[in-house]
Write a protein that binds this ligand. Structure first.
Ligand code: ZN
Length: 307
């Protein structure tokens, strides 16, 4: 399955000349999920040559402006370009009030359905699923109700060995059972063990998004064994106290969470505008979790199995 994460914005509250506020685009086998929508996100999507109409689901972690001030702009653009498909928004119950008020004030009567899904910031929740994928939310520790998101592939059926299908005339109705793990008995009574006639599917992969949050060990249970973790790293360790007061994390704390969760790889982002260069944050994280990368705007990360 094609599974990638594109950074659209890697800055914290104040954007810089090279860093937009938070937003990520998750591609799970060509189903696109937008995670947070800071100011300018729709411009970033165009800048990186993405067709915005492909987005049907937007997840908002919390209602600090740097995570959703771009949403009404994107919702409005969809209207102006003649969108027909429903757009699903996931977030705080207040999000519906805010967007509804903005549409009312601008006398915009949307020509497409806008569907709100309330996310409970108090407990983990399954908020989306289809035949191949699911999305879960889980609580983070921040100054207002905030959730992280886990994007996961579902277990796929086993694959039939071509050599087996070529030699045995398997009735069509038996195939789904074999793919689900059953043995096969032919007309002559010969038993074929499932492991001999099928191939294991690839292990399902997971990506977790944790922004914004103070160092918060309860998230480890929610994100355990993810192939890729995005964790905020607003500050360096010399400002650990400030990070604690503002309920943000340092690069070292992000790396500690990645290590304890046994993540495959870590992407750090949500950098304070005070940092012109980010290498020192990267080095700080790599001392604890070597497979760490910077979430620079436009960069694409592959969610893959490292084993
Ligand atoms: Zn915040």
């Amino acid at each position: 399955m094609n599974f990638t994460v594109t950074t659209l914005g890697s800055s914290s509250a104040i954007p810089t000349a090279t860093r937009n506020p938070t937003s990520l685009l998750v591609n799970m086998n060509y189903r696109y999920f937008l995670v947070d929508c800071g100011e300018g996100t729709q411009i970033q999507l165009r800048r990186f040559h993405f067709k915005i109409q492909k987005i049907n689901h937007i997840f908002i972690s919390h209602l600090h402006g740097d995570h959703f001030f771009g949403l009404i702009g994107l919702v409005s653009s969809f209207h102006l370009i003649g969108r027909k498909d429903a757009l699903h928004l996931y977030g705080s119950p207040l999000l519906e009030e805010i967007i509804t008020m903005q549409l009312k004030a601008t006398e915009t009567d949307l020509i497409y359905p806008l569907i709100f899904h309330t996310v409970d910031a108090e407990k983990p929740q399954l908020i989306y699923e289809d035949e191949e994928r699911y999305v879960k939310s889980f609580p983070l520790k921040h100054s207002i109700p905030t959730t992280g998101f886990l994007f996961g592939e579902k277990e796929r059926p086993r694959k039939m060995k071509k050599s087996f299908l070529a030699t045995e005339n398997v009735p069509v109705e038996e195939i789904p059972k074999i793919k689900a793990g059953a043995d096969y008995i032919n007309e002559a009574g010969v038993i074929f063990r499932n492991k001999d006639i099928t191939i294991s599917p690839p292990k399902p992969k997971k990506f977790a998004f944790c922004s914004d949050t103070a160092y918060h060990e309860p998230v480890i249970e929610e994100i355990h064994d993810v192939n890729l973790l995005y964790h905020e790293a607003t500050f360096k360790s010399d400002l650990e106290q400030v990070a604690g007061e503002k309920l943000h994390s340092t690069a070292a704390q992000a790396a500690t969470i990645a290590a304890k969760a046994k993540a495959g790889a870590l992407v750090i982002g949500h950098f304070s505008a005070r940092y012109r260069e980010l290498d020192s944050l990267l080095q700080e994280a790599r001392e604890i979790f070597p497979n760490t990368w910077l979430a620079e705007d436009g960069k694409i990360f592959y969610v893959r199995d490292l084993q």
